[in-house]
Design a protein around this ligand. Structure first.
Ligand code: DHB
Ligand code: MG
Length: 227
């Protein structure tokens, strides 16, 4: 492997995005507006959004649940993957942030497929279970990482065999492997990973990523029959 001076993971993301992802003007506008509004830069990168889109299509997802919607970028990416009649439940705590999301969902023509639920995700998840919502074919966990263990429990209640669970930001610049970490988010993703490993009805892996968002990674899990 030869070194390519001056080329780093962000350059490679830019190349990948140019060659394979392309510039969706609504998606790009949503990101720019989010940045201008001072939102935390926690949107998935365009190539990661495309991965979610592809996973939704590969899984044939008709129902999707997202925790952590922010400016609506990943929601938009997966909403584009939904077949007619499909739906996404998007959960977030912030009416301000998701106001940006709503605007771009409308502009992209997918607002009618997205059910935005505001409030702490644990309350929304309990409400969804009480309503008999689901099973969701794809669950994307991207909210407050310290609660990932709880979110996993809910995700398993709200899915069925064949459902896919994806969790963002589990590697945390190596924190995942740091048994001494006291960072609540790192503790959350470590416990989440241990619970996944111990769950009888889940087959999972995690993949490290580099890119414009630095060193991080995601969990990919398939829900199986309990037996
Ligand atoms: C963090 C959260 C995210 O969802 C993300 O994509 C990147 C970082 C964070 O909490 O640090
Ligand atoms: Mg994230």
């Amino acid at each position: 492997m030869s070194d390519e001076p001056g080329r780093g993971p962000a350059d490679v993301d830019a190349y990948i995005n140019a060659q394979l992802v392309g510039e969706d003007t609504v998606l790009a506008a949503a990101l720019a507006r989010a940045a201008a509004a001072g939102l935390p830069a926690h949107d998935v990168a365009p190539n990661q959004g495309k991965l979610l889109h592809l996973l939704a299509r590969i899984a044939g997802a008709r129902t999707i649940l997202e925790l952590g919607t922010l400016a609506g970028y990943s929601a938009l990416a997966v909403a584009f993957a939904l077949p007619p009649g499909g739906g996404l439940v998007a959960c977030d705590v912030s009416a301000d942030w998701t106001a940006i999301a709503r605007r771009y969902w409308t502009e992209a023509g997918v607002a009618d497929r997205i059910d935005l639920r505001l409030g702490p995700a644990t309350a929304t998840l309990a409400a969804l279970a009480a309503e008999g919502a689901g099973p969701f074919d794809l669950v994307f966990l991207d909210a407050d990482k310290q609660r990932n263990p709880e979110y996993l429990e809910w995700a398993l209640r709200l899915t069925a065999p064949g459902s896919v669970i994806v969790a963002d930001n589990v590697v945390r610049a190596g924190g995942l492997a740091d048994a001494a970490s006291e960072d609540p988010r790192t503790l959350g993703v470590r416990r989440f990973t241990e619970l996944l490993g111990a769950a009888a009805n889940v087959t999972a892996t995690a993949v490290q990523t580099v890119g414009q968002k630095g060193w991080d990674g995601f969990v990919l899990a398939l829900v199986e029959d309990a037996g």
